[in-house]
Design a protein around this ligand. Sequence first.
Ligand SMILES: Nc1nc2c(ncn2[C@@H]2O[C@H](COP(=O)(O)OP(=O)(O)OP(=O)(O)O)[C@@H](O)[C@H]2O)c(=O)[nH]1
Ligand SMILES: [Zn+2]
Length: 310
Amino acid sequence: MKGLVIKNTGSWYTVKTDDGRIIDSKIKGNFRLKGIRSTNPVAVGDRVEIITNQEGTAFISSIEERRNYIIRKSPNLSKQSHIIAANVDQAMLVVTVNHPQTSTTFIDRFLASAEAYGVPVVLVFNKNDILSDEDRHYQDMLITLYETIGYRCVAISAERNVGTDMLMPLLKGKTTVLSGNSGVGKSTLINRIIPEANLRTSEISDAHNTGMHTTTFSEMLPLSCGGYIIDTPGIKGFGTFDMEPEELTGYFKEIFHFSKDCRFNNCTHTHEPGCAVVEAVKEHYISESRYKSYLSMLNDKEEGKYREAF
Ligand SMILES: Nc1nc2c(ncn2[C@@H]2O[C@H](COP(=O)(O)OP(=O)(O)OP(=O)(O)O)[C@@H](O)[C@H]2O)c(=O)[nH]1
Ligand SMILES: [Zn+2]
């Protein structure tokens, strides 16, 4: 029987079968995925084959090849990774220009790592009900900047439930990872989009007494219009990863566009003569904030150290 892993609480996985049943499942024996050394061989979003048993639970016997997956590296430099979610269609990054302020460096790092994973991003500017004129002006500038680069932007107030309806067509039928700094309003937004999600927090435990841990594990929340929101508590961005400087250029769409005119094809856009990117920054074709974010990621790379993408 085939199904979708919609929740992971420790060694138990909740599988929604194709015929609509919810079955608590475990991994069979020493089932391991080839190629990836991860702390969790099966992740939320995985399509799996299960074998049910007489206790009403099941064993996961195989997993389908993933279209993509988002990993977080262990910060302790071990080769172990944690798979946050598999088969993701898009990410929604909730940001606030104030209360709290989301930095452009954070946004750009998120966007660049999402590009690396091939995951499109929608930027959701929240808390529009409490923006000063100055905040709003700044927000408008950011929206113009990111839309020009090619990212969809939506301005909302989750609290007042204003603009959230504009998100529904973007979410419909898709698997969306919701991210954003602490305090930007992710939970508030989820409760607007999925009013039933409220129930989740009052769940005490289920048959396996795992309910108490739900807040620390990933979960897919079904949307009434079809599709899922992946709620990943504690995860605010994608991890960074090994890459060459030339690759990093590719993850900043507009920088990549101008880099085609650089004199050297391995140009890092820092000191090289004939650099079309530096020229474009001077001419304001590339925003200074984006260039600064690029340099900060390049700098991490050169220092050879691992950092989270925020
Ligand atoms: N004024 C205003 N406040 C909001 C809005 N959305 C959320 N808030 C408030 O901001 C605070 C944080 O909201 P949460 O939804 O808990 O934020 P979160 O992103 O889930 O935060 P973490 O759980 O820490 O990751 C709460 O006090 C919300 O009531 C909004 O649109 N306008
Ligand atoms: Zn260059």
